[in-house]
Design a protein around this ligand. Structure first.
Ligand SMILES: C[S@@+](CC[C@H](N)C(=O)[O-])C[C@H]1O[C@@H](n2cnc3c(N)ncnc32)[C@H](O)[C@@H]1O
Length: 275
């Protein structure tokens, strides 16, 4: 079916690569502040790229598409939520020390999910990014009291994305705090799992990962153990007490440096013959 949006998108495609488009873009940047351009940019994204997450990532300037190829997976997993009214939390707003920088992915999500409220949490002050349907919190992703407060204020999240510090210890602790608070049938995504394999990098940042693929403290090994938990009802361990994660994780999907963990009811009963 051809909709008016398809029609406009087709008409706009050649325009987006034209000299006129780039002139218009640089003139608007010259005469308007970033804040003044937010609403027109949001409306343009809704009109021209409605639901096209790759295009939205490029348009809003997040690297979720360019260097990571994450958007294809996000679209696959998040599509059922697109037109729903719900809350999404992303840890890590971007732009580090500069309060005005970052916010790219928050605006991408706001456009992709037209009825959702997008919450962003960052250790740096990112208050300038607060706007209609975008709420900003400052603090650490391992601050348990703060995380509980954010969940309470929002009324609960259906989607949580960890794109924060990427320190192994943080990734695990944040998951341990937030996954139990995620709404039933929600999805928890963790980006940049490459740090699981890094002790330090060329800048001497200690990521807390390891080259030892069996190191018990890395984020990926933590997630691998959850895979076993999916099948806890088949364990032969006497008096095994299933953990919260055993009982509530219904699926784990792994991609290059990216994982999705689904929450639901994982108490289907054993399939063991003779039990
Ligand atoms: C990779 S950037 C996020 C990019 C953004 N999500 C995007 O896709 O455009 C990581 C952000 O995490 C923030 N961060 C670092 N450590 C953190 C922590 N402990 N708690 C919360 N945020 C943290 C940084 O300040 C930075 O802005």
């Amino acid at each position: 079916m051809i909709t008016y949006r398809n029609l406009i998108q087709c008409q706009m495609r050649p325009f987006k690569h034209s000299k006129a488009y780039f002139t218009l873009k640089s003139l608007s940047k010259k005469y308007f502040t970033d804040q003044q351009l937010r609403l027109p940019r949001h409306l343009a994204s809704r009109l021209l790229m409605d639901g096209n997450l790759d295009a939205l990532a490029r348009f809003f300037g997040t690297d979720k598409n360019e260097s990571h190829y994450y958007t294809q997976h996000y679209h696959y997993h998040f599509l059922p939520f697109r037109k729903r009214s719900f809350n999404l939390l992303e840890i890590g707003i971007g732009g580090y020390e500069n309060p005005w920088d970052g916010g790219h992915s928050l605006r991408m999500w706001k456009s992709y999910f037209p009825k959702a409220t997008i919450y962003g949490l960052d250790i740096q002050d990112k208050s300038p990014h607060s706007e209609h349907r975008i709420k900003i919190y400052k603090g650490s992703q391992i601050d348990e009291t703060l995380l509980h407060q954010v969940v309470k204020d929002s009324g609960g999240f259906d989607i949580i994305i960890d794109d924060g510090s990427h320190f192994n210890e943080h990734v695990i602790k944040t998951f341990q705090i937030l996954f139990p608070l995620l709404n039933a049938n929600g999805i928890y995504a963790i980006e940049d799992l490459q740090t699981s394999y890094w002790e330090t990098d060329i800048n001497q940042v200690s990521w807390g990962g390891s080259e030892d693929l069996d190191a018990p403290f890395t984020s990926v090994n933590f997630l691998k153990r959850l895979v076993d938990g999916l099948n806890y009802e088949e364990f032969s361990i006497e008096n095994y007490q299933p953990s919260y994660f055993d009982q509530t994780i219904t699926a784990l999907h792994f991609y290059h440096n990216l994982a999705f963990i689904y929450k639901g009811d994982n108490r289907e009963g054993s399939n063991r013959i003779g039990r």
